[in-house]
Design a protein around this ligand. Structure first.
Ligand code: SAJ
Length: 420
């Protein structure tokens, strides 16, 4: 069966590009989101998120009448669920647990319009077992339909997990080029999902089962987290032993079988600092390395703040007539990684905020990708040239603007090793 109408539930960083991509490849796409503002924006042919090349794709889809957004699901041949999987709100939890409430709400919303032959795909990053939960929730809502179960070939609706794996900033290209991992509840479900994705994916659609597909996505991000934690741990060891960690890593990486990632102020964003906990919360006794890596990366911002405090002590020691109110500390970069404007879960922003709370107006921040102070609270955002006069320079993000400037005068805390 050709999938003529596709419904994408959740029009965020993954759902909207996916919806627009299907529309660009000739499908009729109905995007669904509970956010009326997002729905109205998309229906005007505009976008409510920042992602290169997405604006043109959405504008074109809407103009051609292939893409529309609504707040309540309508009948379709395939439904893709691309909603967030946040942590449960439990302040006392030592290991954060995934909360599937948005996936469940998506199932409840789409169940009434499901019909025989439809395909439901879970794209949200999910803990192992979530796709089976989708089957459970859909069958509770639609006892008139038969849902897939392992080992049975009898089903009215097909269900699969196909995790999103695209890099923010490169989503439009990676959606087409990346391989897809496709885990159906049964092989028939996988085959249907492959057929759907092949309408635009040029990478390989690799088939497995739902649980393995869930774990594959978590494994990719946990692997990166562990590698970054290794680099962050090395950076602390090197600081104690007076070794340049960046030179050390470059030397070690000349070995044909060594590939260490780069240290920094900590790990940010909404994926790598989150997904490993989905493994740890399910297997707390066994996921020891993955948990430790999370802790190592989460503790790096506090270490950076300690380095700045030591720099302040050094400066005051060398300038005995001065007090803290005479010092200027400049923080360079607030985003969670280079050359983007995304401030969410950013260790750089947290460090700048904590330093500002500690040293008040002595701390200034520069972020070339953020134009106005109004979008960021808790820091004193200033123009680039004001930072040059600071006494202590704290490099937090390796934005291109900072890489191309010469090393500033004064004491330096460089978390990315760009000012040599
Ligand atoms: N970072 C370092 N050192 C490095 C590399 C990254 O400290 O050597 C830091 C970054 O500064 C940032 C954080 O790690 O704070 C995460 O950045 P990232 O570029 O590694 O990843 P994300 O979060 O933008 O996107 C990841 C990607 N996953 C992998 O590369 C395995 C992407 O493909 C996923 O689709 C995305 O997570 C997701 O949605 O899960």
């Amino acid at each position: 069966m050709a999938f003529e109408t596709i419904s994408v539930i959740g029009l965020g960083y993954i759902g909207l590009p996916t919806a627009a991509m299907f529309a660009a490849h000739g499908k009729k796409v109905v995007g669904v989101d509970v956010n009326q503002h997002a729905v109205d924006t998309i229906n005007r042919g505009e976008i409510h998120i920042v992602e290169p090349d997405l604006d043109a794709l959405v504008a074109q889809g809407v103009a051609k009448g292939r893409l529309k957004a609504v707040t309540t699901p309508e009948p379709a041949d395939a439904f893709l669920i691309a909603v967030p999987t946040p942590f449960e709100e439990d302040e006392s939890a030592t290991v954060p647990k995934p909360d599937l409430k948005f996936i469940r709400a998506a199932c409840t919303a789409l169940a009434p319009v499901l019909k025989k032959g439809d395909l439901v795909i879970l794209e949200s990053t999910s803990p192992v077992g979530a796709t089976e939960k989708v089957v459970e929730w859909l069958s509770e809502a639609r006892s008139d339909l038969t849902f897939p179960s392992e080992g049975s070939a009898k089903m009215d609706v097909y269900v699969a997990h196909c995790p999103e794996r695209v890099l923010p900033g490169h989503v439009v290209r990676e959606l087409i080029e990346n391989d897809r991992v496709i885990g159906g509840i049964t092989p028939e479900c996988s085959a249907k999902a492959v057929e759907l994705y092949q309408s635009f994916v040029k990478g390989e659609c690799v088939v497995t089962n739902a649980r393995t597909a869930e774990m594959a996505k978590l494994t990719e991000n946990a692997s990166r987290d562990v590698s970054i934690a290794f680099a962050n741990e090395l950076s602390i060891i090197c600081d104690e032993t007076d070794i340049d960690v960046w030179e050390l890593i470059a030397l070690a990486n000349r070995h044909p079988r060594v590939n260490i990632l780069q240290p920094g102020p900590g790990v940010g964003g909404h994926c790598i600092a989150v997904d490993p906990w989905f493994i740890v919360s399910r297997s707390p006794a066994s996921a020891r390395l993955i948990k430790t890596a999370r802790e190592v990366n989460d503790s790096k911002p506090a270490w950076v703040i300690e380095k700045v405090k030591l720099a302040v002590v050094d400066f005051l020691g060398e300038n005995s007539t001065k007090s803290i109110s005479d010092i200027k500390i400049a923080c360079y970069g607030l985003a969670f990684k280079p050359d983007i404007d995304d401030l969410r879960e950013s260790p750089a922003l947290n460090i700048a905020r904590e330093l500002t709370a500690l040293y008040k107006s002595s701390v200034i921040s520069v972020e070339p990708n953020v134009e106005t102070q109004s979008v960021v609270s808790g820091v004193n955002l200033v123009a680039f040239n004001e930072a040059e006069l600071a006494n202590i320079h704290v490099l937090l993000v390796d934005h291109k603007e900072f890489k191309s400037m010469s090393k500033p005068n004064g004491l330096i805390v460089d978390t990315k090793g760009i000012w040599k």
